[in-house]
Design a binder for this molecule. Structure first.
Ligand code: GDP
Ligand code: IMO
Ligand code: MG
Length: 432
C-alpha cells in the first residue's frame, strides 16, 4: 500500500496544488508538513479556481481527511479566513475532515512585524520574503520560545508565553528595527478568539496518522515551496526557513520514513522564481516575457511577477538526489508551444570550468552561466492532449530528453491548469 509525497523540485510554484488535488482521488488523507501561508497552491476544477495557503490541497474532495502537520507554521487568522471561504463555497462542510497538529507553531503578529521590518532594512539585499512572518516563526521554534497550538489551547500557558515573548519582541522591534511596540492585550484577546474558533480541529495528528496508516489508509504528503528554497539544500540565504524536502515530510508530520514509498517531484517544463537570489537560467528579454504571459506567472500568494527562465537540469538533478525522487511530474508543457528552439540547461560553467552539481557557494551560483542544449520546438497547442503519444513529436522528444538529463522517470505531464488537463503515465499509488 503506497503512501506518496509530492515535493517541489525547483523554487516553488511548480504546480504542486494541481497534482495533489489530482492524486487525492486515490488517497484517504492529505497532509501539509511544512511552510505556512507563504505557500499558494492553485487548484482548477470544472473551470473554477481555488487558491489554498494552509488547508491541504485535498480540500475539494468531500470525503478525504486534511491534516495540517506539526511542521507547519499557522497564522490562525488566515486559516480561519480560508476555512470560512471554503465553507461558503460548499467545501469542508464536515469539521472532522480537517485536523491541526497540537504541535504546529502559531504565527504571531510580532513575527509578521519583524519579517516586514527586516526586509525593509535590508533594502536592495532583501530576500524578497512573502512577509507572512514565516522566518521569525521558525526562528522562535528553533530557539524554543515558540507558541504551539497546544500552548494556545491552555489559557494560562498562552498568557505566560505571550507575556515573555512580547517583552523581548517589543524591545527588539523598537530598539533594533525602529518599529512600534505591539499591545499585549490586543493580541491576547484576538488569539483568545482564535482559540475558541480553532479548538475543535486541534489534535495529536502524528498519532492519528499512525493509526490510519496501520489501518491501511493511503496518505498523500503535500510539500510547499521547493527543494531549491530548502533551508539546508537551497540557495541559502535566499531560501525559506523550513525543510522542504522529503525528509521534512517525516519530521513535519511525525510519520516514519518507511511509510513513504513513492516520492514525486514536481517541476515546470521551464523554471520560475519569486523573490531575490541566484537564478542561472533566468531570461532577460522577450522570451522571458512570453513565458510570463503564456504561463500567467504571477505569484498565487503575493501577486508578484515571477522571474522566468529555461529548464535547469542541474537544479532538478539536485532535487532528485536530495529528495530520493522516484518520479517526476512535469507541468506547464503547454506554455512552451510556439517557441522555435527550447534550451535545456544541462550544466553550469563558472570561470571556464564545467559545474555539474548544484553549488553551495553563493558566489559560484551568482556567477554560474548555463550550458544549453537546444531542442526543437512545436506549434500545436497541447491543451486537449491526454495521451503521451498524441503530443507533437518534438514535445515528446523534449520530455524524454529531460528524463535523460535528470536521471529519473517522468510519470505525468501537465498541459493546463485544470485537473483534467493531464497526461498520466504512471500512478504513484499503483493501480489504485
Ligand atoms: P504550487 O505553489 O506549486 O501549487 O503552484 P502555484 O499554484 O503557485 O502555481 C502554478 C500555476 O500554474 C497555477 O496558476 C496553476 O493553475 C498553473 N498550472 C498548473 N499546471 C499547469 C499546466 O500544466 N499548464 C498551465 N498553463 N498552467 C498550469
Ligand atoms: P509554494 O508552496 C514560491 C519564497 C519567497 C522568498 C523566499 C523566502 O506556493 O510553492 P518566506 O516568506 O518563505 O520567508 O520567503 O521563499 N517563497 C516561495 N516562492 N512559492 C512558494 O510557495 C514560496 N514560499 C516562499 O518568495 O523568495
Ligand atoms: Mg505557489
Amino acid at each position: 500500500m503506497a503512501n506518496v509525497a509530492i515535493i517541489g523540485a525547483q523554487w516553488g510554484d511548480e504546480g504542486k496544488g494541481k497534482i495533489v488535488d489530482l492524486f487525492t482521488q486515490d488517497a484517504d488523507i492529505v497532509v501539509r508538513f511544512q511552510g505556512g501561508n507563504n505557500a499558494g497552491h492553485t487548484l482548477v476544477v470544472d473551470g473554477e479556481k481555488t487558491v489554498l495557503h494552509l488547508v491541504p490541497s485535498g480540500a475539494l474532495h468531500p470525503d478525504k481527511l486534511c491534516v495540517i502537520g506539526n511542521g507547519v507554521v499557522v497564522d490562525p487568522e488566515i486559516l480561519i479566513q480560508e476555512i470560512d471561504g471554503l465553507k461558503r463555497r460548499g467545501h469542508l462542510q464536515d469539521d472532522s475532515r480537517l485536523r491541526i497538529s497540537e504541535q504546529a507553531h502559531v504565527i504571531m503578529p510580532y513575527h509578521k512585524a519583524i519579517d516586514l521590518a527586516r526586509e525593509r532594512l535590508r533594502g536592495k539585499g532583501k530576500i524578497g520574503t512573502t512577509g507572512r512572518g514565516i522566518g521569525p516563526a521558525y526562528e522562535d521554534k528553533i530557539a524554543r520560545v515558540g507558541i504551539r497550538f497546544i500552548d494556545l489551547l491552555e489559557e494560562d500557558t498562552f498568557r505566560d508565553k505571550l507575556q515573555r515573548n512580547i517583552e523581548e519582541k517589543n524591545f527588539y522591534l523598537k530598539a533594533i528595527l525602529q518599529e512600534k511596540a505591539l499591545d499585549f492585550n490586543e493580541i491576547h484577546e484576538g488569539y483568545g478568539r482564535y482559540r475558541v474558533r480553532l479548538r475543535g480541529y486541534v489534535t495529536d495528528t502524528g498519532l492519528l496518522l499512525d493509526r490510519e496508516i496501520r489501518a491501511g489508509k493511503r496518505v498523500l504528503f503535500e510539500g510547499a515551496q521547493g527543494t531549491l528554497l530548502d533551508v539546508d539544500h537551497g540557495t541559502y540565504p535566499f531560501v525559506t526557513s523550513s525543510s522542504t524536502i522529503t525528509g521534512g515530510a517525516c519530521s513535519g508530520s511525525g510519520v516514519g520514513p518507511q511509510h513513504i514509498q513513492q516520492i514525486i517531484g514536481i517541476s515546470k517544463a521551464y523554471t520560475t522564481r519569486v523573490g531575490s537570489g541566484p537564478f542561472p537560467t533566468e531570461i532577460d528579454g522577450p522570451d522571458g516575457e512570453t513565458l510570463r504571459r503564456e504561463g500567467a506567472e504571477f505569484g498565487a500568494t503575493t501577486g508578484r511577477s515571477r522571474r522566468c527562465g529555461w529548464f535547469d537540469a542541474v537544479g532538478v538533478r539536485h532535487a532528485v538526489r536530495t529528495n530520493g525522487l522516484t518520479g517526476l511530474a512535469l507541468t506547464k508543457l503547454d506554455v512552451l508551444t510556439g517557441f522555435k528552439k527550447i534550451p535545456i540547461c544541462t550544466a553550469y560553467r563558472y570561470e571556464g570550468k564545467a559545474v555539474n552539481e548544484f553549488p553551495a557557494s553563493s558566489k559560484v551560483m551568482q556567477g554560474a552561466e548555463p550550458v544549453y542544449e537546444k531542442m526543437d520546438g512545436w506549434d500545436a497547442p497541447l491543451d486537449d492532449v491526454r495521451k503521451f503519444s498524441d503530443l507533437p513529436a518534438n514535445a515528446q522528444k523534449y520530455v524524454r530528453r529531460i528524463e535523460e538529463v535528470i536521471g529519473t522517470e517522468i510519470i505525468l505531464v501537465s498541459v493546463g491548469p485544470g485537473r483534467e488537463r493531464t497526461i498520466l503515465l504512471k500512478n504513484p499509488f499503483g493501480e489504485a
